[in-house]
Design a protein. Sequence first.
Lengths: 410, 410
Amino acid sequence: MSKRSNIVVQKYGGTSVDDAEKIKRVASQIIEKKKSGKSVVVVVSAPGDTTDNLISMAAGISPDPEIREMDMLLATGEQQGIALVAMAIHEQGYKAISFTGHQVGIITDSVHSRARIKSINTKKIKKELTQDNIVIVAGFQGISPEENITTLGRGGSDLSAVALAAVLDAHVCEIYTNVGGVYSTNPSIVPGAVKIEKISYDEMLELASAGAKVLQSRSVEIAKKNNVRIDIKSSYIDEQKNSGTIIMKEIKDLEQVEVRGVTLDKNQIRMSIVGVPDRPGIAAKIFGELAEENINVDMIIQSSAHETGINDISFTVNREMLKRAVEICGRIKDELKARDIITDKDVAKISIIGVGMRSHAGVAAGMFKLLSDNNINIEMISTSEIKISCVINSKKGKAAVKILHKEFCE
Amino acid sequence: MSKRSNIVVQKYGGTSVDDAEKIKRVASQIIEKKKSGKSVVVVVSAPGDTTDNLISMAAGISPDPEIREMDMLLATGEQQGIALVAMAIHEQGYKAISFTGHQVGIITDSVHSRARIKSINTKKIKKELTQDNIVIVAGFQGISPEENITTLGRGGSDLSAVALAAVLDAHVCEIYTNVGGVYSTNPSIVPGAVKIEKISYDEMLELASAGAKVLQSRSVEIAKKNNVRIDIKSSYIDEQKNSGTIIMKEIKDLEQVEVRGVTLDKNQIRMSIVGVPDRPGIAAKIFGELAEENINVDMIIQSSAHETGINDISFTVNREMLKRAVEICGRIKDELKARDIITDKDVAKISIIGVGMRSHAGVAAGMFKLLSDNNINIEMISTSEIKISCVINSKKGKAAVKILHKEFCE
């Protein structure tokens, strides 16, 4: 930590800035940080319902709005947020200056609605910081090499914050949310869920990909790659008492529990291509074509053949990809002369995550036995060094989370 | 006209794009123009109440919001407008691309909230036009040399449109409004007001500065300087029947009427510095100091002295300048040891305008007699080659307009 700069990056989400009172409160909090001697860079999202309102305006014009223009439209939400926060800081007697993604040189690729950050020019920000300004940057947006406004997709403002923290070599990236931290499982399912004090990048990555919504995987990836410490904090608690979750490199002081958290992901569906000839290269063909169409496949099982020379191939994809996945698999089925395609929407993925699993054999076996003892049938399994996921019937999802949390986290 | 390019610039105000239906209608109209074989550049304002809503959001944060951040905030309104119009054009199967002031290179000076356009880079627009795109540009906004977002002040989108028409050497600049043209006087005062078919730049300048609100003086000045033909049209009438007002160079086919229009301006106040020593340089001092503070003075009268060596100096300024003008005049009064300052808020300026006055002596005399015959006292007079203005009691304003319009325009 000691080699890092004096810069702190803070990120405030839309619910933190959705009316004048909240904006003033955020401004005070930013000023407190500044007064503590830090150089402060703040990333702000679109206030409250702004983005939803813009989306419904566009929907009134077109059922499928042109994607470049959609980015042009949506980017205004964050621009409003930064202007209002900067005004509130001025009003309290401190210097602040706001910048759009374009102005501050957040260069992305040209993929509208889910662009990736390619580079950030830190010159302007650093100049303003040396002039004692608090720098307010619009989250979620950037500019393509062709100078079109782009947006970064879901969780985009977190991404902006982490990427800025990385290029500015920031001391810490503080992400203010209404949940106030990362929990051992979803508190709305298990009231006894506990806030995790410290968690490693790898565990957080697995949690995010397994369905925890507090932070998107891409943000965690960038943090890990650049060793950016992330503090997830609450927007509503005074700074002194505001202990949330620290996401950091796996180091000694990470408490060595076996299982850090339990997640439930109901956004998956299971697809099966039934009666596929058992020839080399079939799996490569199926998943190659899905990947080409940008359909991310999560779990894959190739079942043992019922008949000689015939396989069933099952996999899970995100629910919103259903329509396109069915189209592509239909084409593949015809080509391969497979028997059928079966889609199962009533599935849920439950996962347990923790670095401690590496050194503790038997965690997986314990999980399977526990589910079996409770009459929960496991349809698919996948494992990594620090995660075990099972696909089960979605009706049993919440019960499974409660059982696993009780066993491993309480 | 024949040497001009094939480009048409159209401008749509906020009321033309304040819901999905209107935006679709505007898109159809733009497409009609494109189908007629023109290259079309469209300037769009912020939809409906957007700007007012943004202003009240800012007011919730600060009674006097920082001016750079205010421009950052307000510029989002036009950005929403252009995205929505471009989407609507796409939806109808035509190619369109929207640009912010920043993207299209509308460079202004650095005076936030009332910046002046310094230059426009036409490269990007011309490239998109050759690729058969309809180009949609955000009105009202630009970017300063320091890359701060600026706004152009009242009537700013008209200014963007006329300036674009000038640099693109456009065939015509069509300004769509809800009034649909320039009238011989305010139709809400005189129901018999007639739409003016053609009017010269000079007459339009005088009309605008005398209080007609359809187009700001700065836009007319730029049009005159660059010989841009402006068509003021209605947003609500089908193109074929849509004959509004053409603003152009004074040429033969401008009908030679004496008086083109009558205006009433209730936004002026009269100030008098009473008992000023009659020394050389006094007027220069007073109006020099007011000009330095950016207070535009309209009419000036130095009255004949009641006593030897003592003058009264009266002038009119815009109502919103009252507070600052009183401060400055108070200072001057003390310095000059003048007797008093008198402010009269109950004044109105009525004006008659027309190029025909040049060659018709006696129009001024006729106006003065008419007012006198109707017991309307004239407090101040100013004249130009094509305009005569009188300051009268504001209670008599509407009556004076009716009398003058009846005499000169019906």
